[in-house]
Design a protein around this ligand. Structure first.
Ligand code: ADP
Ligand code: MG
Length: 693
């Protein structure tokens, strides 16, 4: 980030130009920050600070950077001189630390400033003294011209008697040891941020430095945190990073690297080391966001440690809001803060669990093959294949959620064309919801006399978990954490919960299916795809994963036959209409405004064959509704890197799925606690939860 402008030879001093604006040096540490930034801009790899009286008597910074050219020394401390810009346009692309050409000028107005500097090109060093923005003689009677002297490559900036001419300010800084503490704090933070640079700080006359970092190329930020803040901090750190190529509505790109303390770390107050584009800054929005993530996780009175280095497009940065440039504002700040907050919360939760959200799915995924093999055996035994070509499962299958069932192939995509792009304006939606946009219009329970359905509805009520219901009924959606793993973050009271929105949506769709049994609004597929073809696409995907002894053609025939045989029942009870010549014409609309991901249709159609228990009414309805729920769920059909689809997904999670979970149509089963709802806040409980998986 602090790399030299490409148009100059690396590490060669640049000519100095003039600029505009004002910077206030209000204490020794603010002067130090400017001097440090200059030294780093000059490409230094070793920086030493010597301090007397908290910097009030003496602040001397020595670096081994590129040095300042002899001819630039006369205007060095004039305001608005900088080597870092030659014209206004450069402001937009400048990424070096200081860039307004006023630090040295400002210091020269409140202290005695002297500079000893040597560039590689010069055979000796030059010394110059400044006051009020101009060169002054080193001793009475001499000229103000820079004088040659002995010296090594680099620059020594000496600031003496800071605030000698502003007694009110000086009086406000009565305690030199406080000021020394602040100086050390600034040095420490830069040392963390620039681990490859060696930093040393000592009091004048002291033989031992109070701060020293080796600055070898292999030194990491974490090593310096270990050295400077202690092992208890460094061992608690979790790394975090993100790289955003740009938002939809602008070209702003940003990236960050962070080290954040874990849930067991307990600091006395929030320690935030925030660098934006290489500048040490403060940001209230980041502070507030970080505190809010940790507040429910850490014990009362404990606070986190966060080192965050954020890089954003320089044109989006406005460092001028505060005269000392400590507070920074930038475009899209809210988005970046939110994204960091969500990443952080997710990382903390993830770090606390022994395994990620993963379920044992092997068993059920191989059912297709098993069933087909059983089928084959029965075939040999001469069972009545026309009656029951696909035998029912004998036991309740372990529930497998859709993101694990659904696999994809390129062929899946071609089905996109089967549905009108948006069916939310279809007649079916209008009759049911009273209009699109009304996303939580009530969904009535369809009356039925079928005992099987009444039983299944009763089972849902019995499994309902009241605490979970409280959480879902009264939550605030924080955001999408991970689209691929289907994770969202919500807040309930003071606590944060990570939800697997795919699993929750699958439960919701199961219950919506049960609720509207036999009375679904429908979505028309136009043009209606041939059922055989869809089944075949699903089979090809499945067989690629799990080859079967039966040929794809045989399987296709069997599944097609089963479904054609149940055509009337599927139409009457499930809103699935198959024409006499085998075209899939309609699907049920389980939730107003929501169309399932059609790339999942082939697997749905294929699975209706082996996965539905066709022998027993209640089991048939239950398994069929489960398959329907799998199909409709928000589980991704394929890993999508598409940013805009993430936004759509977040919208669906928030406004269609979770909004509906607030209403009485959803009774969250206790089973969700096993793998779909995790409290980020209460970590001991989190460990227990995942031990059970
Ligand atoms: P800015 O950093 O905004 O350019 P400053 O007043 O801080 O303004 O510094 C003015 C100029 O002095 C810089 O642009 C740079 O060319 C030169 N300079 C200051 N400190 C150093 C240093 N330690 N090494 C090399 N050049 C320096
Ligand atoms: Mg500067």
């Amino acid at each position: 980030m602090s790399d030299e402008d490409e148009s100059y030879a690396p590490n060669a001093p640049k000519p100095i130009h003039r600029l505009d604006e004002a910077l206030i040096i209000h204490r020794p540490s603010s002067a130090l920050k400017e001097l440090l930034e200059n030294a780093l801009d000059a490409g230094s790899t070793a920086i030493q600070l010597i301090v007397k009286d908290g910097g009030l008597k003496l602040l001397q910074l020595r670096d081994n950077g590129c040095g300042i050219r002899r001819e630039d020394l006369p205007i060095l401390a004039e305001r608005f001189t900088t080597s870092k810009l030659s014209q206004f346009d450069d402001l937009r692309s400048l990424e070096t630390y200081g860039f307004r050409g006023e630090a040295l000028a400002s210091i020269s107005f409140v202290a005695q400033l002297s500079v000893v500097t040597k560039t590689k090109a010069e055979s000796c060093a030059w010394k110059a003294c400044y006051a009020n923005g101009a060169l002054v003689p080193q001793k009475a009677g001499q000229t103000a011209e820079p004088k040659p002297c002995a010296g090594t490559d680099g620059t020594i900036i000496t600031v003496e008697n800071l605030f000698y001419n502003t007694p009110v300010r000086l009086a406000a800084l009565r305690n030199p040891s406080d000021e020394y503490g602040r100086l050390l704090d600034v040095m420490t933070k830069y040392a963390v941020h620039k681990p490859s640079v060696s930093f040393t700080c000592r009091k004048s006359g002291a033989s031992q430095p109070d701060l020293h970092t080796p600055g070898s190329p292999s030194t990491r930020a974490r090593d310096n945190i270990h050295k400077l803040y202690g092992a208890s901090v460094s061992s608690a750190l979790i790394p975090l990073e993100a790289n955003e190529e740009g938002f939809d509505d602008s070209s702003m790109a940003w990236h960050y690297d962070a080290l954040c303390s874990n849930a067991s770390y307990a600091g006395k107050s929030l320690k935030l080391i925030l660098f934006i584009n290489g500048r040490l800054v403060d940001s209230q929005p980041f502070r507030r966001a970080i505190e809010s993530v940790y507040a429910p996780i850490l014990a009362k009175g404990s606070h986190p440690f966060v080192y965050l280095s954020l890089g954003i497009s320089p044109e989006c940065l406005d460092v001028n809001v505060h005269p000392t440039k400590r507070e920074v504002r930038f475009l899209h700040e809210d988005d970046v803060v939110e994204r960091f907050t969500i990443d952080l919360a997710a990382k903390l939760a993830e770090q606390a669990q022994s395994r990620p959200f993963a379920f044992n799915t092997q068993k059920t995924q191989s059912r297709l093959q098993d069933d087909m093999l059983v089928d084959e055996e029965e075939d040999e035994q001469g069972s009545d294949m026309d009656e029951e070509p696909l035998p029912p499962s004998t036991q309740e299958p372990r529930r497998v959620y859709s993101q694990h069932k659904v696999r994809t192939s390129n062929k899946d995509r071609s089905l996109d064309s089967m549905l009108p792009a948006a069916s939310s304006d279809s007649a079916a939606v209008r009759t049911e919801s009273g209009g699109p946009g009304q996303t939580t219009a009530p969904i009535a329970e369809a009356s039925t006399t079928l005992l099987s359905i009444l039983n299944l509805r009763k089972a849902v009520k019995e499994e309902s978990h009241s605490k979970l219901q409280d959480i879902l009924c009264d939550h605030t959606y924080v955001g999408l954490v991970d689209a691929r793993r289907a994770l969202s973050l919500v807040q309930h009271g003071t606590r944060l919960y990570l939800l697997n929105h795919a699993i929750i949506s699958e439960e919701l769709f199961y219950q919506l299916g049960l609720r509207q049994f036999s009375a679904y609004p429908r979505v028309a597929l136009n043009p209606a795809p041939p059922l055989r073809r869809i089944i075949r696409i699903g089979l090809d995907v499945e067989l690629k994963q799990r080859p079967s002894k039966l040929s794809a053609q045989d399987l296709e025939d069997k599944i097609y036959k089963v479904l054609m045989k149940r055509r009337e029942m599927l139409d009457a009870h499930f809103g699935i209409r198959i024409s006499a010549d085998g075209e899939l014409q309609t699907l049920p609309m389980l939730l107003p405004g929501y169309v399932p991901n059609m790339t999942k249709l082939p697997l749905f159609a294929m699975r209706l064959g082996p996965q539905v228990d066709w022998s027993d009414e209640e089991q048939c309805f239950r398994t069929l509704l489960r398959e329907l729920a799998t199909f409709y769920s928000l589980a991704p059909a394929m890993a999508s890197k598409d940013k805009s689809s993430d936004k759509d997904l977040a919208w669906q999670v928030q406004h269609l799925i979770l909004a509906r979970c607030r209403t009485d149509v959803f009774d969250p089963p206790a089973g969700l606690l096993d793998h779909a709802v995790v409290e980020v806040a209460n970590l001991p409980a989190l460990y227990r939860v995942f031990e059970r998986c």
